[in-house]
Design a protein around this ligand. Structure first.
Ligand SMILES: NC(=O)c1ccc[n+]([C@@H]2O[C@H](COP(=O)([O-])OP(=O)(O)OC[C@H]3O[C@@H](n4cnc5c(N)ncnc54)[C@H](O)[C@@H]3O)[C@@H](O)[C@H]2O)c1
Length: 253
């Protein structure tokens, strides 16, 4: 039987030091992938203590800057070769209504989520086109498809991610490249903790966030990682241009 996992595949994961990123790395390692783990945070290097360098390399960089993206891909190529699956998972949120959002905050959120996806996808595509195959998977959000209070720039940026996923899927389907997104609801990661702590009453905020999901809870990061790795792998060989909601029913209502 054909192996449909990412065994032996060269996979680059952005936002690898975060809550979801770490679970993606664990799952990729269990499948036997060759992993390039990158993050703007220096602690991404801690991942190197858990895996040997034949299976994982780490590199620090800001994926919203093309020079850093180049450095990250050069590290990937010198360590393992051309990247075969990109998991664009880095993300950044400022929780503000539009009338409170400064120009700098807007630019930072759009750069962290949308531009970072553009830059990494643009860098990976020429090699995928040469190979005639590849997968690109982005972490979107429920904010890709619905409007949420106090998330003006974030909703705009995650909406852009989803539209670029669909556009890329159509553009490159004929060349064997699949492009998909995962759309999580709230996930139990530092990202959510930061958001809750920015609220006047974090405990009431947490209860409200859970209540807003029909399953009355938030996701654990491994549940989102499972969906990302599925879409990146050949288990999803006929899936492209899709957003797989991992949201406990949030957008079904
Ligand atoms: N946690 C949630 O409730 C939630 C909900 C929906 C979607 N998401 C999305 O899930 C993804 C993973 O987030 P998480 O929940 O693991 O949060 P997290 O904050 O734990 O991890 C995000 C990681 O991205 C990194 N990062 C941010 N900007 C970067 C940049 N410019 N370059 C490189 N790295 C950068 C951070 O350093 C961090 O390690 C993000 O795209 C986020 O938008 C999160």
């Amino acid at each position: 039987m054909t192996d449909k996992t990412l065994k032996g595949k060269i996979v680059l994961v952005t936002g690898a030091a975060g809550g979801v990123g770490r679970e993606v790395i664990k799952k990729l390692a269990s499948q036997g992938a060759k992993i390039v783990a990158t993050d703007i945070a220096e602690n991404v290097h801690q991942l190197a203590d858990q895996f040997n360098e034949a299976e994982l390399v780490t590199v620090v960089g800001d994926v919203s800057k093309s020079a850093d993206v180049e450095k990250i891909f050069e590290k990937a190529e010198s360590s393992f070769g051309a990247v075969q699956a990109l998991i664009s998972n880095a993300g950044y949120m400022i929780g503000k209504a539009l009338h409170e959002t400064s120009e700098e905050e807007w630019d930072a959120v759009l750069a962290g989520n949308a531009k970072s996806f553009f830059l990494t996808a643009r860098r990976v595509l020429p090699n995928m086109l040469k190979a005639g195959k590849g997968s690109i998977t982005a972490t979107g959000s429920i904010s890709s498809v619905v409007g949420l209070p106090s998330q003006a720039a974030y909703c705009a940026s995650k909406g852009a991610v989803l539209q670029l996923v669909r556009q890329l899927a159509v553009e490159y389907a004929g060349q064997g490249i699949r492009v998909n997104a995962v759309g999580p609801g709230a996930i139990n990661t530092p990202f959510l903790t930061r958001y809750l702590n920015s609220l006047p009453d974090p405990e009431a905020g947490a209860a409200a966030v859970k209540a807003a999901h029909p399953m009355k809870r938030w996701a654990e990061p491994d549940e989102v990682a499972d969906a990302l790795v599925f879409l990146a792998s050949d288990e999803a060989a006929f899936v492209t241009g899709h957003i797989l909601m991992v949201d406990g029913g949030y957008v079904a209502g």
